[in-house]
Design a protein around this ligand. Structure first.
Ligand SMILES: Nc1ncnc2c1ncn2[C@@H]1O[C@H](COP(=O)(O)OP(=O)(O)OP(=O)(O)O)[C@@H](O)[C@H]1O
Ligand SMILES: [Mg+2]
Length: 605
């Protein structure tokens, strides 16, 4: 039934897991997804029963027609048979449709529910979760794993119920028509089992290999597309083409191997089926020669018709195991996502943080992404409301980690982060983060229009507010030059915009949300002097009147900061204003003298 189709649909033993080892709790949890729809599922299964039986009435009617009316020359009876034939055809038509519709509805609704739960859960996960799981892996859990579970509902259950019913009904009908003939035809069942076992093994290997190769192909392709700019700049096209062709060829071979096994499968089953018919014909001859009175033309005809329908259910039933196996492995992976407890959570007694004035204190904060590798220690820093704090230091020093803690993307292992005296672990995440504006190093724009992107942090902002924000940061000019102005679509990640333009839109986005506190991880990339000037002005607007933490790379930003914290190796090593730190002649002074003065002089000509 549901499992016929090309090699692509073949889901043999995706993973090597034994069903016997499955934790029964897993079935219970899976069943929880089915429970709300159990009524519909049962009605679907009842319809299947009717479909299965009505599909088998045909050969029986043929036997009745031949033995009861044709041989006895009673043509009036044939009209009734013809009517009954037509009636069962219509019944079968209606119940088949209903059965498929209902069962698919249940399957698709479960898929919807599962994805809904998973997406909700994903959005609650903290950065550490995404640190530990690659995008591709998360995506495959929401797509193919959920589909594999759906297979159980929409094809596995159908197969078990409908095919078993077909099988039992055929066998009972055959036995009841002519038990000797029936037993002889059943002799082919072991042969069929052997043939299937042989194919199943070969197909499992071939299809696993094929899946692996096609995963390689997709991975290579994805990397090549993402990296095409680097490839072309280093003129690696030829070499990449070679690598790609090799994987492409391996994929072709694996697919051909799988297809050639698959191509043999149906014809082989046909042969076994014909062997059954051969046996029936031969044995009928034996019985007739032996003078057995009870073999009729109608029976032999009906047997041949039944044998044609006998093998598909057996074949499908033998594959149900694999569907279940794949689903169980997928279910484990789905629940692994659903069971991940977000590490940063609202405390049970968390309260709403009132609108913050913006006094920030780090009290002896210690933190590591992995508990055994400390990244920050003994961090003490304070910002008074409205101050601009610049974080400066070498790469890998821990600057981004400081702001990750401030935004509560991670919780520290030691110490506290206070905002207006509220420990940010004691307030709700929502009430804190909704007061934050964050502009990260790598500006992320979402697909949608420029306007949608600026409005991202405050969907209720009016068009006028969006435009005012853009104007305030000086982004209105280039936006006005775009083909559809604010309604110009931005493709994924804003790749059609320049780095500077993306920054300005990110600034407008932050300003539009009007946060109490701003976090800015300044982009290091060089931008043209015109945009640079725009960005400097934009920053002034953005920083005005709110506490800001800026990981600064621009000298102008650093200099205009109220206080500078020099961070090295996870510690604050110096603190003060630009002038104070220069006078001190320490690490900051070294950095300034070594790096920025040269730039300044160059700029001055
Ligand atoms: N997600 C993460 N998981 C594990 N370790 C991390 C992670 N992010 C950063 N680190 C490590 O933490 C340390 C501090 O990194 P951080 O990103 O805070 O540096 P940074 O000062 O912002 O550097 P840069 O100026 O290059 O942005 C580094 O040793 C880095 O390898
Ligand atoms: Mg950083």
């Amino acid at each position: 039934m549901g499992m016929r189709g090309g090699p692509g649909q073949f889901r043999l033993d995706q993973y090597d897991v034994q069903l016997t080892k499955v934790d029964p709790k897993l079935y219970r949890r899976l069943f929880a997804f089915v429970r709300p729809y159990i009524g519909r599922l049962v009605s679907g299964i009842l319809l299947m029963a009717v479909t299965a039986i009505s599909g088998l009435v045909g050969p029986y009617l043929v036997q009745m027609a031949i033995d009861g009316f044709i041989k006895t020359k009673q043509p009036e009876g044939l009209n009734w048979i013809a009517l009954a034939f037509l009636a069962t055809a219509f019944l079968n038509w209606w119940t088949s449709y209903g059965q498929t519709y209902i069962v698919s509805w249940v399957g698709q609704t479960i898929v919807y529910d599962m994805r809904d739960r998973m997406f909700r859960h994903l959005q609650k996960q903290n950065f550490r979760f995404f640190d530990s799981m690659a995008t591709g892996r998360i995506m495959s859990r929401l797509t193919s794993d959920v589909d594999a579970i759906n297979q159980v509902v929409s094809s596995g259950l159908v197969t078990i119920f409908a095919d078993s019913m077909v099988l039992v009904t055929i066998m009972v009908t055959m036995l009841q028509m002519n038990w000797r003939l029936a037993l002889v035809s059943f002799l082919t069942i072991p042969v069929l089992m052997l043939v299937m076992k042989w194919f199943t093994n070969r197909m499992r290997k071939a299809f696993m290999q094929q899946r692996r190769k096609s995963a390689d192909l997709v991975a290579t392709l994805a990397e090549s597309i993402d990296g095409v700019r680097v490839t072309q700049s280093f003129t690696r096209e030829e070499k990449n083409q070679g690598q790609f062709n090799e994987i492409n060829e391996q994929n072709r071979q694996a697919s051909m191997e799988a297809v050639s096994v698959w191509a043999m499968f149906f014809p082989s089953i046909e042969v076994v089926s014909s062997m059954g018919i051969t046996l029936v014909l031969w044995y009928s001859g034996v019985l007739i020669r032996g003078g057995a009175p009870d073999v009729t033309v109608g029976q032999v005809t009906a047997f041949i018709l039944y044998l044609n329908r006998f093998f598909m259910p057996i074949r499908d039933l033998s594959q149900v195991y694999n569907v279940f196996q794949a689903a169980i492995v997928s279910a484990e992976r789905v629940f692994e996502v659903l069971d991940r407890v977000p590490e940063v959570q609202d405390a049970p007694d968390a309260y709403e943080m009132p609108r913050a004035a913006g006094a920030v204190t780090f009290e002896n904060v210690a933190f590591g992404y992995n508990p055994d590798k400390i990244v920050l220690q003994g961090i003490n820093l304070t910002a008074r409301p409205g101050e601009t704090i610049a974080l400066v230091g070498p790469t890998g020093a821990g600057k981004s980690s400081v702001i990750n803690l401030l935004a509560r993307f991670y919780d520290p292992q030691g110490g506290r982060v206070l905002v207006d005296g509220h420990d940010i672990r004691k307030v709700t995440q929502y009430s804190w983060r909704s007061q934050l504006g964050v502009v990260l190093q790598d500006t992320f724009l979402f697909s949608g229009t420029v306007r949608d992107n600026i409005r991202y942090g405050r969907p209720a902002a009016t068009d006028a507010e969006v435009e005012a924000a853009a104007k305030a940061v000086g982004a209105d000019e280039f936006i006005a030059r775009m083909p559809q102005g604010y309604d110009t679509p931005v493709n994924e990640r804003g790749s059609k915009l320049s780095v500077g333009q993306r920054q300005l839109i990110a600034f407008a986005r932050a300003l539009c949300a009007d946060p109490a506190l701003l976090i800015l991880d300044e982009a290091t990339s060089n931008i043209d002097t015109y945009t640079e000037a725009l960005i400097q002005n934009a920053l002034k607007t953005l920083l005005k009147g709110r506490t800001s933490f800026v990981i600064a790379h621009r000298l102008s930003t650093i200099r205009s900061a109220d206080r500078i914290f020099f961070i090295d190796d996870g510690q604050v090593v110096e603190e003060g204003t630009h002038e104070e730190l220069l006078a001190k002649g320490g690490r900051y002074a070294d950095l300034y003298l070594g790096q920025f003065r040269a730039l300044e002089e160059a700029a001055a000509g």
